[in-house]
Write a protein that binds this ligand. Structure first.
Ligand SMILES: CC(C)(COP(=O)(O)OP(=O)(O)OC[C@H]1O[C@@H](n2cnc3c(N)ncnc32)[C@H](O)[C@@H]1OP(=O)(O)O)[C@@H](O)C(=O)NCCC(=O)NCCS
Length: 395
């Protein structure tokens, strides 16, 4: 007899092994041996894994990561979704859709306002209400073309015992960006993963204290000496940015190129002499509004912008997300009250890119993801304006 598939936490080590096998089959194409995947699942933590069980068998699963994302200067709780997999023999039967839709319902019931993921395919995640809402842009450029020589600031290598000194530098930077992760210990563990002698960490010390850092590894490249893969890089002022560029330039003696995840229009590159930046990947992340009212009140808004938006939200999956409400914004803060005229009509797929500022309301209207009059579109464009949304953390 066929029973309805279930999505739930792991109940035994045998289920963990079955999930590991499903993940291995699904992600072996990425060239990862089973031990790497096991390490990845351990990093997520067994309590954060979910399995899809059909007729008593684990046929798929995923991982949940809890962090925040910065919007308008405030961190909004967000659940990152990782390692979504369904075994090949069950694919194409609606199992994956069930896994994602059930997970969305469970995350909403647990009170998370947002969920975010890096998709392998947009169409699949759209069934669960996710929509592209920001980017991770990977640049690659030749080290010798940086042409930077400013070594005014002090820059020194630090060991594991000093690593936590970079955290406040990151926070100071990230809270002014849109979509960047408000990191937990897990996110930092990922950045520093590996042997200390292979994960190079440098701190920039300006006259007023630490003002930047970079974390990178050397990567083998066929027929070339090596590439620098930057895992994390922050600079708070011009001289820190120029110091980091000069440091990278010095690797051009033997090193070939550098890879770097930056903003869609990245100011570090604007500071350099690299005129034609090669974009290796533009990996868009997708966002799901799980609790629109909490997400809208939890974020910050541009100072000096005041106004109100009357929403009518339709959500095929989440009943508590439906209905009319008014967002009132003033002094950088938002308040939500039920009711209003519902002048902006949209679903979770329209609200996600509007919320992050990934697409302006006029474009969302042209795409059929939002209905609104010109005045509401103009007001929404002002309220959701800010730096372009991006993210550099991997999960
Ligand atoms: C992606 C994956 C989880 C989908 O699981 P699945 O059980 O085959 O998905 P479903 O049968 O529930 O499909 C649901 C819908 O998504 C669509 N869909 C699924 N995979 C798709 C793909 N690769 N491209 C486009 N659409 C896709 C289906 O067509 C279906 O749409 P429909 O209802 O309109 O017909 C599965 O293919 C898998 O494990 N892939 C390998 C690992 C992977 O890529 N994971 C995602 C990492 S981000």
């Amino acid at each position: 007899m066929t029973t309805a598939p279930e999505v739930r936490p792991l109940e035994s080590d045998a289920e963990f092994q079955a999930l590991l096998s499903a993940e291995y089959q699904s992600f072996f194409g990425f060239g990862q041996p089973a031990s790497v995947l096991e390490g990845w699942l351990d990093w997520i933590g067994r309590d954060n894994l979910r399995v899809l069980v059909q007729d008593g068998q684990v046929v798929g699963g995923l991982g949940l990561l809890h962090f925040g994302q910065y919007f308008g200067g405030r961190s909004v709780p967000s659940v990152g979704i990782s390692v979504v997999a369904v075994v090949p023999e069950v694919r194409g039967t609606g199992a994956g859709k069930h896994l994602m839709q059930q997970t969305v319902r469970q995350m909403a019931a647990d009170g998370a306002p947002l969920s975010v993921l890096y998709p392998s395919t947009w169409a699949f995640y759209r069934h669960a209400g996710y929509e592209p809402a920001g980017a991770r842009t990977t640049y690659e450029f030749n080290l010798r073309r940086l042409g930077a020589t400013d070594t005014t600031c002090r820059l020194r290598r630090i060991g594991p015992e000093e690593r936590r000194r970079v955290e406040p530098i990151y926070e100071q930077f990230a809270c002014h960006q849109t979509g960047l992760v408000a990191r937990t210990r897990m996110n930092w563990q990922k950045i520093f993963k590996g042997e200390p002698e292979d994960v190079f960490t440098y701190l920039v010390e300006g006259p007023a204290g630490p003002s930047g850092y970079l974390v990178y590894t050397h990567q083998e490249v066929p027929d070339k000496p090596y590439r620098i893969d930057i895992r994390d890089l922050v600079w708070l002022d011009e001289s820190a940015g120029r110091r980091i560029l000069a440091f990278l330039h010095q690797h051009g003696v033997l090193g070939e190129s550098v890879r770097y995840d930056g903003a869609p229009v990245d100011p570090l590159l604007a500071l350099s002499r690299v005129e034609n930046q090669k974009i290796r990947y533009n990996h868009y992340w997708m966002l799901r509004m799980l609790d629109a009212r909490a997400a809208l009140t939890g974020r910050g808004y541009p100072a000096g912008v005041a106004g109100e938006l009357h929403f009518e939200l339709e959500d095929p999956l989440l009943e508590q997300n439906r209905g009319r409400f008014v967002l009132r914004v003033r002094d950088g803060q938002g308040e939500v009250a039920d009711g209003g005229t519902g002048q902006i009509r949209l679903g979770p797929r329209g609200l996600a890119p509007l919320y992050t500022g990934h697409l302006p309301p006029e474009d969302l209207r042209r795409m059929g993801l939002l209905e609104a009059d010109d005045a509401s579109c103009g007001q929404a464009a002002a309220i959701f304006s800010g730096p372009r949304p991006w993210m550099c953390d991997r999960f």
